[in-house]
Ligand binder design. Structure first.
Ligand code: AMP
Ligand code: MG
Length: 344
């Protein structure tokens, strides 16, 4: 970037600071975002999964600001990011062969590896655990940003704790604009679901969170079935995997539990998948949100959080969600739907 361009950004930023003092500055300049991170500021960053709320992972006060902005409890550890497998695995004390294989095949991509951490990663990042979560995200702007800084970037999803994850710069602005400094705008997220998290407790590859990388893909790479550990409220295997999450703030039911509810109140909404879908109808009319008219799970994943967000803005007495096919990305989509509907 030339001095002229930098000057132009500075003027633009001053302008926005004056006229929009209570919102974050949206920009596309990697050098400006890198400078902000070096200064210990918060920058929301685009990734292929969802937008992250980034800060220098080695700067304790910057990391503390992430927790404060999100209202995130300190027992919920953060994922740290860098631009290549070598650069991010440098923060792990040991790297099992299967972790290395997954990293080589998937990164940059929607996979997070949980590995024993080196001392230089602050305990605040790992919530006091002996392990740390590592990822190389797949987005050109963010890869450029990560390459430009000499520290890992801690970045949880850029939403207030417990709410729906953001899949566009505008979503971040709507939810956290008053609390953060910058948003690097990289357009809409290509995958739309958080990363799949894999750890190696007892040396065994274990999926700790279902996400944007299908479990089948992991099994194909490793050549054997993997353990999938579902969360529980009292003893979350991946801390932060609370059953109630992604809350759209309205009463939501999963269709498999509909017997509790049917007939639904008038003016309710339904989340469906595919045009062939049969909605259990009575004579009342439902507002219908179709995650993918062409029954494509990738498209459904991309649309999921935007649909939950739209629903949260309306005033539906009840929202009924129909599970999608339990395969590929469908596992993670159903997981998010169930947690959005969970009551405890
Ligand atoms: P987010 O970045 O908001 O999608 O959340 C990060 C999630 O990664 C946390 O809520 C945990 O579920 C998981 N995680 C991060 N670090 C660890 C770790 N050391 N061990 C297990 N899970 C982790
Ligand atoms: Mg999150």
């Amino acid at each position: 970037m030339s001095i002229d361009e930098t000057g132009q950004y500075v003027v633009e930023i001053l302008h926005q600071r004056i006229f929009a003092a209570v919102t974050a500055i949206t920009l596309q300049s990697v050098p400006v975002a890198a400078k902000a991170l070096r200064n210990g500021e918060l920058v929301a960053i685009p990734t292929e999964t969802v937008y992250g709320l980034g800060a220098n992972a080695l700067d304790r006060s910057a990391v503390a600001n992430i927790f404060a902005a999100k209202n995130r409890p300190s027992f919920d550890p953060l994922i740290i990011h860098q631009s290549s497998a070598d650069r991010i695995l440098a923060y792990a004390k040991e790297v099992p062969a299967e972790a290395r294989l997954l990293a080589a095949k998937v990164w940059p991509g929607p996979l997070t590896l949980v590995l024993p951490k080196k001392k230089e990663v602050p305990d605040l990042v790992s919530a006091g655990l002996a392990t740390v979560a590592l990822r190389v995200p797949d987005h050109p702007l963010t890869l450029e940003l990560l390459a430009a800084v000499d520290f890992p970037v801690a970045a949880p999803s850029a939403n207030p704790f417990g709410f729906v994850s953001p899949t566009s710069a505008q979503h971040v602005q709507d939810q956290l604009g008053e609390k953060i400094d910058y948003i690097l705008d990289g357009g809409a997220c290509r995958v739309g679901l958080e990363s799949t998290i894999v750890g190696f407790p007892g040396g065994v590859a274990t999926v700790l969170r279902k996400g944007g990388l299908p479990v089948e893909k992991i099994e194909e790479i490793l050549g054997h079935p993997v353990v999938v550990k579902t969360h529980s409220n009292s003893q979350p295997e991946a801390p932060g995997m609370l059953s109630q999450h992604y809350s759209p703030g309205v009463e939501m039911w999963i269709a498999e539990k509909l017997n509790v509810l049917y007939p639904y109140p008038s003016g309710s909404a339904a989340i469906i998948f595919g045009n062939e879908h049969q909605i259990m109808q009575d004579d009342r009319k439902l507002d219908v949100f179709n995650l993918s008219p062409s029954s494509d799970l990738n498209e459904a994943a991309r649309n999921l959080f935007a649909v939950l967000r739209e629903i949260s803005k309306a005033d539906y007495p009840v929202v009924i969600a129909y599970p999608v096919p339990e395969e590929g990305l469908g596992l993670a989509i159903n997981d998010r739907l169930r947690r959005a509907a969970a009551r405890e």
